[in-house]
Each structure stands twice: as C-alpha cells, then as structure tokens.
Design a protein around this ligand. Structure first.
Ligand code: 4AD
Ligand code: MG
Length: 467
C-alpha cells in the first residue's frame, strides 16, 4: 500500500506492509520511510531490543525496506499515525560511507551532479509530483475543451521556425561531410524545434488540436531559462483570431495553476517555505514581494495586463533603468527586440502582474505570423510571467496564400521545403491561431525553483548530457 494512501485513509489496527526508502533512522528505533507517493514519511517504530543487531545496522539512510506491522495512532509529535514494526526485510542496502544523500541540506548544484538519486529528496520529489500534476492538468484542460491530442513528428525535414539552431539527425558515419541523399531518409533531417507547422495541418482538418512533446534547440544559451531539450504544449485552433488565442492562453494557464493549488497542497507548502528561505539569501531588490503560493493565487485571480508592443516600447523608453542606462540593451527606438531584462521590468516592476504583449514588429518575429493592415506589425503575442519572463509565444497565422508565399521567399526558405504548408492556404484556408507554452517554464513558475535544470529529471544543456 502506498504511504500517500495510508496517510489519507488510515485503517487503524490493521496490519500492513509498506515498501520504501529510509530517510533517517534515529535512536535505533524510529525509521522515517518514504516511498515517493507523497512528501510525508511514514514513521515505523522498531522494537530494537527484540531485533537482530546485524539487521538493525543495515537500516541506513537510502536503504530500501519492506516493513510489516500494525498501523496505530502515533504517540509522538509530527505525525498522526505510525507503524509498530513486527518484521522488516532489507530489500537493498545503502552503505553509509558511500551513499551521497545524507539527512542534511544539499545544494542544488551538488544534487544536479547526482541527478540519478535526486528524485529521493524532498525538493525533487515535490517538483516532479507537481510536474506530473501539471502535465495531467494540461491534458484535462484540452480534453474538456474539445481539443484532440495531436502528435507532430520529432524528426523533421524542414526548419519549421527558423526558431533556433537545430540538431542534425543522421546515420552517416561521417555526418554532415557526406551526401545527404545517401542518408537514412535520403535527405537532411533534424530534431524538431516546434510541432507547430504540422500542428496547423491537424487543425485544418480536426478544428482544435494540441501537441505535447519534446522539442530541441541547439542554441548555446547557458541560462536558468533555457534547455536544449524541452517539452512544449502547442494548441492550434481553426477559426480563432488573436483575441481568442489570448483568451484561451490565459484561461489555460489559470486552470493548470489552479489545479496545482487544489491538488498538490503539501508539496506546495514545502516549496513555499523553500522559496521563502531562498529569497532571504538574495539582495533586497531581487527578492520576490510575494510568497510562492501567494504568487500562484495572484495569477489565477487577476486579469493579465494586455498591451501592444508599441505601448510597451513607450513605457520602456521612458522608464528609470533605461534613462539611467541600467539596462544592458538600451531601448532607443521602435523595432528593438525585447530582452528578458525588459520583459521582467514590465512584469515585475511596472505592472506587477502577468503581461500579454501583442502586435510585434514583423521583422523580429517568425514568417508565418499574420501581417497587420499597417504592414509593419504582425499578430503575435507573448505572455510574460513574474520571475520567468516569456512563458508563452504565439500568433494568429498568415492565412493568405500570396502573402505567405512572399514571406517564405523573403526569409529565404526554398518553397519545395514548405509546399505542404503552403497548400493549406491554397485549399480551404481560414483564420487560425495557436501558441506554444514551454512546459518547464510553467513548472519553474509553479514550483518557485530558480533554475530550469531543476524541474526536468535529466536536463540537456550545452556540454551537459549526463545520465
Ligand atoms: O516562442 P517560441 O520559440 O515559439 C514557438 O516555438 C512557436 N512555434 C509556438 C507556437 O506558436 N506554436 O517557443 C515557445 C515557448 C517559449 O515561450 C518558451 O516558454 C519555451 O517555448 N521555450 C523554451 N523553454 C526552454 N528552453 C528553451 N530553449 C526554450 N525556447 C523556448
Ligand atoms: Mg518566443
């Protein structure tokens, strides 16, 4: 039986068997056992006077145990029930001198080096249970809204986005030096940077689809917000304009965060404390004004601020850090690309709320975005979150065949690479929209963790693909 189940519905007086890993063993009597089903440990009380001493010595932190005994009301503080151990079996030893996880605080940097064992810590247990809950909530949301889960390919023959550098997929022994017509697929192929373009094909037949899959970007960004392999959720909807797209994205984000608030209370409370402790170590001006749970509650209960890129540029041009040259990239004129320092200023200092920016200059956004009547801006939108920066990027898509064909040519993509994409505009085209949510950025926000490498089990980043 799982510890989570036992603690939720304790059947006092029953004899049960529990399996898990020892978190600590104190006074030769109290085992704190954890099986990962919940944050809480189950206290197992050993009658050490009647146990074999050699067996007791094997109850060390990290050892795997099966414990059988009666579930009783606890005598001590800190738990309501405990097990009076009648027998136990060591399933797997964990020699003290070698096991790296001892019952003390380890740094996240150290834990990243032992990513194969970190799921056994309170912090990573909480993070990965919340990651699961978010994933579940996402499927729930789209399912209840009538979307179909759509699987875009992972190996692609086109550079969909121009979104970033791509990883080459090849079976040729000398890789890119050889003629790609000799390669496995008879052409050059890559790992996908986004499932969007194939997602659009799905929406043009099924109406509303969403993808939820891994995406790969070989950009050399060594930041706390970038991974080389990350998971993305990309809904795509026929007959949605940009306004409807923004409404959906906001409603969707609120639903997933509310789901975590409703279903992950113990893990959130643990991470809330952790977050508060971490804030204390930061300089005053970098501290979050809100606690983690407070932050999540704020997001679900307030409207996101919506403003155009042009309005945002005005605010940024006239703001203090720009005038005092505190930004690394100064905002001088319309057309400038926004860096994360600008995005975070808008969200954290100016509005103190999530912000949706729309109608960006065409030349800093992807070719497939719907050109506005001004012919300068496109119907793009980005959602910016406190402490995160960009969490969602999306747009209304260019549905006009001639305009899109021209854009494809202008950015230098050979038409034969995207003929299938262009054909959706030739045959039965319609207004449609979609967006992409970076899953790890959502997990970062919901858990209050500071580094994206700590919210995915096995992070992939430049010079780092261990485990
Ligand atoms: O803004 P991006 O590049 O947009 C797209 O890929 C579109 N095709 C989405 C669409 O319209 N269907 O990426 C979308 C989101 C970003 O807002 C960010 O949250 C996340 O994906 N993201 C990353 N997350 C982790 N590591 C990276 N290197 C990321 N790059 C983007
Ligand atoms: Mg983007």
């Amino acid at each position: 039986m799982s510890i989570s189940k036992i603690l939720q519905e304790p059947t006092l007086g029953s004899v049960i068997t529990v399996k898990g890993w020892v978190r600590s063993f104190r006074s030769n009597r109290f085992i704190a056992l954890n099986d990962g089903s919940a944050l809480a440990n189950l206290q197992c009380v050993v009658d050490f006077e009647n146990e074999d001493e050699n067996q007791l010595k094997r109850i060390t932190t990290g050892a795997c145990l099966a414990v059988t005994g009666e579930l009783v009301e606890s005598q001590g503080k800190g738990q309501s029930v405990e097990i009076n151990v009648q027998s136990f079996e060591i399933l797997g030893d964990a020699p003290v001198e070698e096991y790296p996880l001892q019952p003390k605080k380890h740094s996240l940097e150290f834990l990243r080096e032992i990513a194969h064992l970190r799921p056994r810590t309170n912090t990573f247990g909480a993070v990965f249970r919340i990651r699961h809950a978010l994933s579940f909530a996402i499927h729930n949301y789209f399912n209840k809204e009538g979307f179909f889960n759509w699987h875009s390919p992972i190996i692609t023959g086109s550079d969909a986005e121009g979104a970033g550098e791509m990883f080459r997929v090849t079976t040729l022994p000398n890789g890119t030096d050889q003629d790609s017509s000799e390669d496995f697929f008879g052409k050059e192929t890559h790992l996908t940077v986004s499932g969007q373009l194939e997602g659009e094909l799905g929406a043009m037949g099924l109406g509303k689809i969403y993808t939820f899959g891994p995406t790969f970007r070989a950009e050399n960004s060594n930041t706390t917000r970038h991974l080389a392999e990350f998971w993305m959720i990309e809904p795509e909807m026929a007959f949605f304009d940009l306004e409807m797209n923004m409404d959906l994205a906001e409603d969707f984000l609120k639903y997933t965060i509310q789901y975590v608030l409703d279903n992950c209370r113990a893990d959130l409370e643990f991470l809330d404390k952790r977050f508060a402790d971490e804030q204390k170590t930061k300089p005053q001006n970098e501290r979050s004004e809100q606690g983690l749970i407070e932050k999540l509650e704020f997001v679900v209960s307030n409207d996101f601020v919506r403003l155009s890129y042009t309005e945002a540029i005005e605010i940024l041009r006239n703001c203090k850090p720009n005038k005092k040259k505190k930004f690394k990239y100064l905002i001088n004129e319309w057309g400038a690309d926004l860096q994360s320092e600008h995005e975070r200023y808008l969200v954290e200092k100016h509005f103190k709320a999530p912000v949706v920016l729309f109608d960006y200059p065409a030349n800093i956004k992807a070719f497939y975005m719907r050109l506005n009547e001004d012919e300068k801006t496109v119907r793009a939108m980005d959602i910016l979150f406190p402490g995160i920066g960009e969490i969602v990027g999306g747009s209304q898509r260019e549905e006009r065949y001639d305009v899109l064909k021209q854009k494809v040519a202008d950015v230098g993509i050979p038409e034969e690479e995207l003929w299938w994409y262009l054909e959706t505009r030739k045959f039965g085209t319609c207004v449609h929209s979609g967006f992409g949510l970076g899953f790890e950025r959502l997990v970062l926000f919901a858990t209050g963790m500071g580094n994206i490498r700590d919210v995915i089990p096995f992070p992939r980043a430049p010079k780092s693909a261990n485990f």
